[in-house]
Write a protein that binds this ligand. Structure first.
Ligand code: ADE
Length: 279
């Protein structure tokens, strides 16, 4: 996969692409990237890329000229024209479609992604109309720039490119498929709590079942914990039709129990409150 990001501040992005798993993926040839400074495509001596909004309103808007030239230089052609079909041209904006794991999976199957980062009030609509295939928001809040949003999107996408991280890790995590099959045959669930060594840290003990070596019990415990957490933080994920009967049964059980059935601490005060208490 090739990822090109167009931005007025590519230095915000560079560290991410040069670090850790992304750097390794690039080194191994699984990914390549290009950071394009839109300002390089300004034509006046001040390298101006923004101007006031027609019709009035606060803030500045990115002008169509520099951004269009940057897109064309990155190989993007006007939609409907030749060349653009093979690519997704993604503009990150709070007024886009809400990003989720299913979209990340969809983007991860593309050969090439081009991301456009807005600054100030955003970008001139004519650029969106001519080049952009997807307008994407990462959440219902407004960031001061598109760069952070673009990185969120790239991070969620590139790790799904085959070979970047192990398939097993992907399968087990929250929202692994966007539809939840990986966790259980049903809805997406939030991930269960996880622990590592030492088994006893400052009198806080790892739940015994996890060190028992009994795989079926571990799987049952994890499913139950996932359901508890989903009920506490994201109950709407469980409201979907067609919830498997087995899950319904466990949920009923959790809800009638109320409290946390397995305190993980020897400190009675610390066990007083947990997600279970809010179910
Ligand atoms: N730019 C500013 N806020 C944003 C958001 N929530 N999502 C995507 N791009 C943005």
């Amino acid at each position: 996969m090739k990822i090109a990001v167009l931005s007025l501040f590519p230095e915000i992005l560079r560290g991410f692409f040069e670090t850790s798993i992304m750097a390794r993926a690039v080194e191994r040839g699984l990914l390549s990237y290009e950071l394009v400074n839109v300002r390089d495509y300004a034509t006046d001596k001040h390298r101006k890329c923004d101007d006031e909004v027609f019709g009035g309103g606060a803030g500045m808007l990115m002008q169509p000229g520099p951004l269009s030239r940057a897109l064309e230089a990155a190989g993007v052609r006007a939609s409907g024209g030749n060349g653009s079909e093979a690519k997704r041209i993604i503009y990150v904006t709070p007024s886009g479609r809400l990003f989720n794991q299913a979209m990340a999976a969809d983007f991860s199957r593309e050969e090439e992604l081009v991301l456009v980062c807005g600054r100030y009030e955003g970008v001139d609509q004519r650029v969106i109309d001519r080049y952009v295939t997807d307008e994407v928001s990462i959440g219902d809040y407004v960031l001061s720039s598109g760069e952070i949003a673009a990185l969120v999107l790239v991070d969620a996408v590139y790790r799904l490119v085959p070979g970047v991280i192990s398939g097993e890790s992907l399968l087990e995590e929250s929202f692994s498929t966007g539809r939840g099959e990986a966790v259980v045959d049903g809805p997406a669930l939030l991930e269960y709590p996880q622990y590592t060594r030492p088994a006893n840290y400052d009198n806080l003990r790892v739940p015994e079942v996890l060190t028992s070596g009994h795989h079926a019990n571990i799987a049952r415990w994890r499913l139950r914990e996932s359901l508890k957490k989903t009920l506490a933080y994201r109950p709407e994920l469980l409201a979907a039709e067609g919830l498997p009967t087995e899950l319904r049964r466990i949920i009923r059980e959790i809800m009638t129990e109320g409290g946390d059935d397995e305190p993980h601490t020897e400190n009675p005060g610390a066990a007083d409150e947990g997600p279970g208490d809010r179910l």
